[in-house]
Design a protein around this ligand. Structure first.
Ligand code: BES
Ligand code: MN
Ligand code: ZN
Length: 496
């Protein structure tokens, strides 16, 4: 679906489908909805009066103008309660309406930026949320199977009457298109089966982004990593049949006059647990264990499209975690690239092993902040719930607050959890500097304190274990890969 911006009145558009909106307390619509109502001789007011539509969230009413205006149909989407309305309401409304339009086989759709008028939201942000909600809701993974012919909307036009707002609308739409592309990229990588989304395939995705957006890229294999003494990454990769890839991308890599932010993503393309083998129940979901790396790649796609004036580095250590004659084992002692030694308690605590070397590698960029994203612990999902929020740990209060703010704004929530040094007691080892597992209690805290041993800059860790894969889609989040983290990171970077 292509997106456009047009100046004019929505009722005069030549699109086959118009989308307008309604708060739940409206009796006589005003603004764009009022203008369409008037052109239809009060048809919308009549629907309201008869209780056929009420403006509640996710409700979509359909009207047929039958020649009164050029459009063949008008959709009226509910915005819910005025005092609870925000940008998330815009995304939800846009998603509900565009999905109905698609189901009705609309081809040309015209809408307004929901909330930019009477809603009182910032115009650019409202336009962005409208287009983001629409594009994200229409996302579909292109699975390699025979499928029924799908309805496809060709164009979505955001219509604005006030000429002075057009610039803001255009910039909001452009931002949304970039972010939606990054999110779709991340969703695709998570949705691909793990025999396809191999470390090699991850590297190819990164190379395509780098080539298209003029970024530097390095893809290191086993030899490259060995030269850099990346013992954590290589330990996990030892049992892997697929060649591991340590991916480094640089946006504005040579611009050391700009602030540097490093993004690190866990890229376990399939997590069997290794020798500490997982159970059969739901192991297939572990194809999403590269959700952190996917989010970081997706964020780079958006960063490149928006050409953000920052130096942004992405690091994605990618490998499978497999049981094998060569696999690393419990009781092994591994030396990471900063010289710290790790006693292996469980080979299923592999995420922190590859992240350790990723975090050490970040150091060389003298970053103002490093953010890692990882589907790291089941304990985080137990603590916060699935599809609820990512766990957030940070050594820097301002960084923490910026991430919480960005997460709230885009509705990719992150919630602060404590990073007390006392957690280290659980991972103290008799034979190494630390253990890679701290037992059942406080599993998310002990994983975070482990990672902290490999950082020496302002750092935040996001445990996205409950967020990368949705069991059941809702609104603009489809079932499967969510792309969680892309919108959060881009919002954070745009605000930096
Ligand atoms: N990839 C898993 C964590 C996970 C669990 C992600 C559920 C998504 C959903 C991770 O590698 C893992 O196995 N963690 C262990 C750590 C333990 C062995 C210390 C866990 O959470 O049980
Ligand atoms: Mn694991
Ligand atoms: Zn894992």
């Amino acid at each position: 679906m292509k997106t456009f911006v047009a100046q004019g009145q929505i009722q005069n558009q030549t699109a086959d489908t118009l989308i307008v909106n309604l708060f739940d307390d409206v009796v006589a619509p005003s603004g764009a909805t009022g203008a369409v109502d008037k052109a239809l001789d009060g048809a919308i007011s009549e629907l309201i009066a008869n209780g056929d539509i009420s403006g509640k969230v996710d409700e979509v009413g359909v009207l047929y103008p039958r020649g009164a205006i050029a459009a063949r149909r008008v959709l009226i989407v509910g915005l819910g309660k005025r005092d609870e309305f925000n940008l998330e309401g815009v995304r939800r409304a846009a998603a509900a309406a565009i999905k109905r339009a698609r189901d009705l086989n609309a081809k040309q759709v015209a809408t307004i930026a929901h909330g930019a008028g009477i809603g009182g939201l910032d115009v650019a942000a409202a336009a962005q949320a409208t287009v983001e909600g629409s594009l994200l809701a229409l996302y579909q993974y292109d699975a390699p199977k025979k499928k029924e012919p799908q309805n496809e909307i060709e164009a979505l036009t955001i219509v604005e009457f006030d000429e002075s707002k057009l610039g803001a609308i255009e910039s909001g739409v452009e931002t949304a298109v970039a972010i939606a592309a990054g999110t779709a990229l991340a969703r695709n990588l998570v949705n691909m089966p793990p025999n396809i989304a191999t470390p090699t395939r991850m590297a190819e995705a990164a190379e395509a982004i780098a080539a298209e957006r003029g970024m530097n890229i390095t893809v290191g294999g086993r030899k490259w990593a060995a030269k850099r003494k990346m013992g954590g990454f290589l330990a996990v990769a030892k049992g892997a049949g697929e060649p591991p890839k340590f991916i480094v991308m640089e946006h504005n890599g040579d611009r050391d006059d700009l602030d540097t932010i490093v993004l690190v993503g866990k890229g376990i393309t399939f997590d069997t647990g290794g020798i500490s083998l997982k159970g059969v129940q739901g192991m297939g979901a572990m194809k999403s264990d590269m959700g952190g790396a996917a989010a970081v790649l997706g964020a780079m796609e958006a960063v490149g499209r928006l050409d953000l004036p920052l130096r942004v580095i992405a690091i994605a250590p990618c490998t499978e975690n497999m049981p094998d004659a060569n696999a690393y084992r419990p009781a092994d002692v591994i030396t990471a690239s900063n010289g710290k030694t790790i006693e292996i308690i469980s080979t299923d605590a592999e995420g922190r092993m590859v992240l350790a070397d990723g975090l050490v590698y970040a150091e060389r960029y003298q970053p103002k902040a490093v953010i890692d994203l990882a589907t790291l612990t089941g304990a985080c999902v137990i603590a916060l719930g699935s599809d609820m929020a990512a766990g957030l740990f940070s050594t820097d209060d301002s960084l923490r607050d910026q991430l919480v703010g960005a997460g709230t704004a885009v509705h990719e929530r992150v919630w602060p959890l404590p990073l007390w040094d006392d957690y280290f007691k659980a991972i103290k080892s008799d034979v190494a500097d630390m253990k890679n597992g701290g037992g059942r209690y406080g599993g998310v805290g002990t994983s975070a304190i482990f990672l902290k041993q490999f950082t020496n800059y302002p750092w935040a860790h996001l445990d996205i274990a409950g967020m990368a894969l949705a069991e059941k889609g809702e609104g603009y989040i489809p079932t499967g890969g969510t792309g969680f983290g892309v919108r959060l990171l881009v919002e954070f970077l745009r605000n930096w």
